[in-house]
Write a protein that binds this ligand. Structure first.
Ligand code: SAH
Length: 348
């Protein structure tokens, strides 16, 4: 059976070539051709004849198909991709000064069932394969280059779309290796961030297996009862343990751990919540990303007033914790944090 070229990190492709007695230069050439030069047709130049034949016999180059594209007036773009088995996922391009952050999905739906997240309601259909993660990037890049020429640079990659990336560890790890490869997409390590709800089995593997990328933890509350209510896996994987693993992840100089804090009106936005968060993260090289709740159809949670969000930030400032209020982008097309739900997109 043929396998997808886009599932292989360079080291695995090299191993495959070695096992089959093919010239060692092939994998680098192929990476350069398909990733750097963005070619989709077979590579027939430079590659040895027997490597060309091996690739033709054994590999496919299929990628997820763009099903629907929605662009909002703030330049956010949401893609609905159709996978080979007909399932659908979403990917979002978020604009920043004429460059983009790409928000990737790691699963079709999500098993975490966080009470504030639209994707959670969808449940988990399955995890994505490496090539389906890579494809979200390459196909979005292609669209940008064609439709917004000169304004098409994807600077950051965040695993903050549908799914819990650490619940699909191997595919996410392989995709990161491909993104980082000098022969491939050459994304710098500090430009990739994986966001987790605190899935401990993945955090335990991170230190030894994950390449050097950034971690973001969805904190949302330092108080057990509240976090339990927001993120059900908190009952199984207690925050103290999660924090120990998160902080033990090696990271380069001047690199922070991001803690995401979703602000919900009258639930976790009080002064006391802010002070407890400040005390928890004080002195921990933390960076806080405050995310005012983005509503979606059917939710009872509400977004706090802007003044309340700013007040919450000022309390964290007093603990000398760098804090940014995440700007809401793409909400008019349900593309903002927590609004992705590919089942709903199918209907609309
Ligand atoms: N499963 C991962 C990544 C996906 S969510 C995680 O939990 O971190 C990416 C971020 O969006 C998380 O911090 C998540 O808590 C936040 N989010 C989810 N639903 C939201 C909503 N309705 N409004 C604002 N942010 C939301």
């Amino acid at each position: 059976m043929k396998t997808s070229f886009y599932q292989y990190p360079l080291s695995e492709l090299q191993e495959l070539f070695r096992v089959h007695g093919l010239p060692a230069s092939g994998p680098g050439l192929l990476f350069n051709w398909h990733y750097k030069k963005r070619k989709t047709e077979p590579c027939l130049t430079d590659l040895a004849k027997k490597s060309i034949a091996f690739v033709a016999e054994n590999m496919t180059f299929d990628l997820p198909m763009v099903h629907t594209i929605q662009a909002s007036s703030d330049k956010t773009v949401k893609f609905l991709f159709e996978l080979q088995d007909g399932l659908k996922i979403e990917t979002v391009l978020i604009p920043f000064n004429n460059k983009y952050t790409i928000c990737l999905s790691s699963q079709v739906g999500c098993a975490m069932k966080c009470s504030f997240c639209h994707t959670g309601i969808q449940g988990l259909a399955r995890s994505l394969k490496t090539e389906e993660i890579i494809g979200q990037f390459t196909e979005s890049q292609k669209w940008l280059t064609k439709n917004r020429p000169g304004d098409d640079k994807i600077l950051n990659i965040v695993f903050m779309g549908q799914g819990e990336p650490l619940h699909n560890f191997d595919a996410v790890k392989n995709a990161c290796e491909i993104f980082l490869s000098q022969h491939g997409l050459s994304v710098a390590d500090q430009k990739i961030t994986i966001s987790t709800a605190g899935y401990l089995p993945g955090l335990e593997r991170w230190k030894n297996e994950m390449p050097d990328v950034n971690i973001a933890l969805s904190l949302h509350s330092p108080i057990k009862e509240k976090r339990d209510q927001l993120i059900p896996i908190n009952k199984r994987y207690p925050l103290e343990e999660v924090l120990n693993y998160v902080q033990a992840i090696p990271r380069g100089k001047n690199r922070f751990v991001t803690y995401e804090y979703l602000l919900i009106q009258d639930f976790n936005d009080s002064d006391e919540d802010a002070h407890l968060t400040g005390k928890l993260l004080e002195g921990k090289n933390a960076y806080v990303s405050l995310i005012p709740f983005n509503p979606f159809p059917g939710t009872d949670y509400k977004r706090p007033e802007t003044s309340k969000v700013e007040h919450f930030k000022s309390i964290l400032d007093s603990y000398k914790i760098p804090t940014l209020i995440r700007a809401t982008k793409g909400d008019e097309i349900l593309a903002a944090c927590g609004q992705l739900n590919s089942k709903m997109s199918q209907v609309t």
